[in-house]
Write a new protein. Structure first.
Lengths: 314, 206
C-alpha cells in the first residue's frame, strides 16, 4: 500500500491555482524531496497531506485512508511534522517539546518519559543533559534535533519536513543532513522533505520531484535527474553545479577506474567503502591530504587516484 | 483634626475592594475579548477604537455620567472603573496574541493541537508577559481613579482627599493620598511577583 497517493489534486487561492492536476504516489519507506523555486507549490503539497490546507479538488490518501475523512487534528497526530528550528515551543523544556504529541494522544507520563529519552538518544542529545533545558539554551542545530525527535515521538509511519535545515549555518546543516540520512535508513519510515536546495535534495533523498508553477515537471532518482535533466526548469535548478552533483550521485562502486596510469598514486591511501560518493571521497582526500582511496567492496579492493576519481563520473 | 485609624482602615479596604473588583471584572471580560479580536482581526480596529473612546473621557466626567444610569454609591464607581481598566487589558491581550511567533503556532497546528489547545497550551502562555503588563497598567491607573469614587459616594481613600481639599487641610489630604500611593506601589509589586510565578520559565530572560 502506498504511504501517500495524491490524485488530480488542486489548490486554489482566490481564483489563482497554486497547484493543479497533481498526482503523486509515494511507496512506504521512501525518502522523497519536493523541490522547486518559491511559489512552485511544493509547500502546498506538504500542507495538503496533513490538511494544514484543504484540497480544492482531487483526493489524497495516506496509507489507504482518505485524509478528508474524519478530524484534521487526529490526522496530524498520526503524521510527523517538522518545520524550521524556530518551531520549538520556547516555554516547554526539551522533554515537554518532544512529548507534545504523545501527551495529546493521552499516553501515560511514564510511557512519554521513556519514549522521550529513547528519542533524545536517537538524535544525539543525551537526555541527562538536555531533557530539562529550554529551547533558548540550545544551539540552532540542537533545536532542530529536538524538532526531529518531536516529529518521531508518536512513531508515525509518515513524517513531513518543511525546509527543515533552511535556518541553519552550512556546517550544521550538512551534519544534520547526514543525521537525517542515517535516521531515514535506519527507521525506514516514509519521509517527504520540502527544500529549495538541490544539494540538499541530492544528499538526502532517494527520489526528487521538481515542481514549477504548481505542476510536476520531473520525477526521478537523484542520479537520473542530474544526468538527464530533460527540462529547462530542471536545468536551471542544477545551474552551474552539474558536475559536482554528478560526482555527488556517483558511488565509488560505480566509478570506473579508467585507464590505469601505471604509476602508483602520490601520497598515502585512505580506505572507504564502495557506497561512499565520489564527491565525498574527493573531499576526504583533500582534508586528509592523501593521494588515493582504496575502495573495499565484496568483489575485491581497488585503488583509485584523485585524477581517476575526477573522471569517475563519466 | 484627629483622624480615626478605624476610619482610615475601612477606607483602605473599600479602596482595595473597588480596585480589585473592577480590575478582576475587566480581566474577566478583557482577556476573552482580546482573544476574540485576535481571531477576528477585522473587528479589532473598530472594537479597540470603541474601548479607547472610554479612555478619553476625563475620569471625573465618566464617574458623573454613571450617576443617571446607576445612581450613587459603589455600583456606578465600579462600572466606571471597570470601563477604565478595559482598554489596557483588551489592547495588550490582542497585541500579545497578534504578535506571536507564527512558527510556534504553525508547529502546534501541525502537531495536531485543536484551536482551544493551541490557545491554552501555546498562545496564552507565550503572550502572558504582554497581557500581564496590561493588567498592571490597569491596576495602577485604577488605584488612582478610584479616589474619585468618593465624589459619587463610593467611599475609599478619596473621602479624605476631598474632605482635606474642602477644609484646606493638608494632613487630611495626605491621609488619603499617601495610602493610595502606597497601594498603587504594592499592587504593582504584587502583580510583578505574580508575573514571575505565572510566566513559564523558558520565557524568562537569563
Amino acid at each position: 500500500m502506498a504511504a501517500i497517493r495524491m490524485r488530480r489534486v488542486g489548490r486554489q487561492f482566490s481564483e489563482r491555482w497554486i497547484l493543479r492536476d497533481f498526482d503523486l504516489e509515494v511507496p512506504e519507506g521512501q525518502t522523497l524531496a519536493l523541490i522547486g523555486p518559491s511559489g512552485s507549490g511544493k509547500t502546498t503539497v506538504l500542507r495538503l497531506i496533513n490538511r494544514l490546507l484543504e484540497c480544492s479538488e482531487g483526493s489524497i490518501h495516506v496509507f489507504g485512508r482518505d485524509v478528508a475523512d474524519g478530524d484534521a487534528a487526529e490526522l496530524r497526530r498520526r503524521i510527523g511534522y517538522v518545520i524550521q528550528e524556530i518551531g520549538t515551543f520556547p516555554h516547554y523544556t526539551v522533554q515537554q517539546n518532544v512529548g507534545v504529541v504523545p501527551a495529546l494522544l493521552g499516553w501515560s507520563r511514564a510511557r512519554i518519559q521513556a519514549r522521550v529519552h529513547e528519542l533524545l538518544d536517537l538524535v544525539g542529545l543525551p537526555p541527562a543533559e538536555f531533557a530539562g533545558r529550554y529551547p533558548h539554551q540550545l544551539s540552532g542545530g540542537q533545536r532542530q534535533r529536538v524538532g526531529f525527535a518531536r516529529a518521531l515521538a508518536a512513531d508515525p509511519p509518515l513524517v513531513l519536513f518543511d525546509e527543515p535545515f533552511a535556518a541553519l549555518d552550512l556546517p550544521t546543516r550538512e551534519s544534520l543532513q547526514d543525521e537525517f540520512r542515517r535516521l531515514a535508513q535506519s527507521l525506514r519510515k516514509t519521509f517527504v522533505v520540502v527544500t529549495h536546495d538541490i544539494f540538499e535534495a541530492v544528499r538526502i533523498a532517494e527520489r526528487i520531484v521538481v515542481l514549477h508553477e504548481g505542476r510536476c515537471v520531473r520525477d526521478a532518482a537523484p542520479r537520473d535527474l542530474v544526468r538527464s535533466p530533460g527540462d529547462a526548469v530542471v536545468e536551471a535548478l542544477l545551474g552551474p553545479h552539474r558536475y559536482q552533483l554528478e560526482l555527488m550521485t556517483t558511488t565509488l562502486g560505480e566509478a570506473s577506474a579508467g585507464p590505469t596510469s601505471g604509476s602508483a598514486a602520490r601520497g598515502s591511501v585512505i580506505e572507504l567503502p564502495d557506497h561512499v560518493s565520489v564527491w565525498e571521497a574527493l573531499s576526504r582526500l583533500s582534508s586528509s591530504q592523501a593521494g588515493a582511496v582504496r575502495v573495499n567492496a565484496a568483489s575485491g579492493a581497488r585503488v583509485l587516484s584523485r585524477e581517476q576519481l575526477l573522471r569517475g563520473a563519466d | 483634626m484627629p483622624i480615626d485609624t478605624q476610619l482610615i482602615l475601612s477606607a483602605i479596604l473599600e479602596h482595595v475592594a473597588l480596585t480589585l473588583t473592577s480590575v478582576t471584572l475587566a480581566v474577566a471580560l478583557g482577556v476573552p475579548l482580546g482573544v476574540y479580536l485576535a481571531r477576528h482581526r477585522f473587528l479589532s480596529g473598530p472594537a479597540l477604537a470603541i474601548v479607547g473612546v472610554i479612555q478619553t473621557v476625563p475620569s471625573p466626567a465618566l464617574l458623573g455620567l454613571m450617576i443617571p444610569l446607576f445612581g450613587i454609591g459603589k455600583k456606578p464607581a465600579l462600572v466606571a472603573l471597570f470601563a477604565y481598566a478595559l482598554l489596557p487589558i483588551v489592547a495588550s491581550t490582542f497585541s500579545a496574541l497578534d504578535s506571536l511567533d507564527r512558527a510556534a503556532l504553525e508547529a502546534a497546528r501541525g502537531m495536531g493541537m485543536r484551536p482551544t489547545q493551541i490557545l491554552t497550551k501555546v498562545a496564552l502562555p507565550l503572550g502572558l508577559p504582554v497581557v500581564m503588563r496590561g493588567i498592571r497598567v490597569s491596576t495602577v491607573i485604577n488605584v488612582g481613579v478610584a479616589t474619585l469614587g468618593a465624589l459619587i459616594g463610593a467611599g475609599g481613600l478619596g473621602t479624605f482627599i476631598f474632605r482635606g481639599i474642602a477644609l484646606v487641610d493638608t494632613p487630611t489630604i495626605l491621609t488619603g493620598a499617601v495610602p493610595a500611593a502606597v497601594l498603587a506601589l504594592l499592587f504593582d509589586g504584587g502583580l510583578a511577583l505574580l508575573e514571575r510565578v505565572l510566566v513559564p520559565r523558558g520565557l524568562r530572560k537569563q
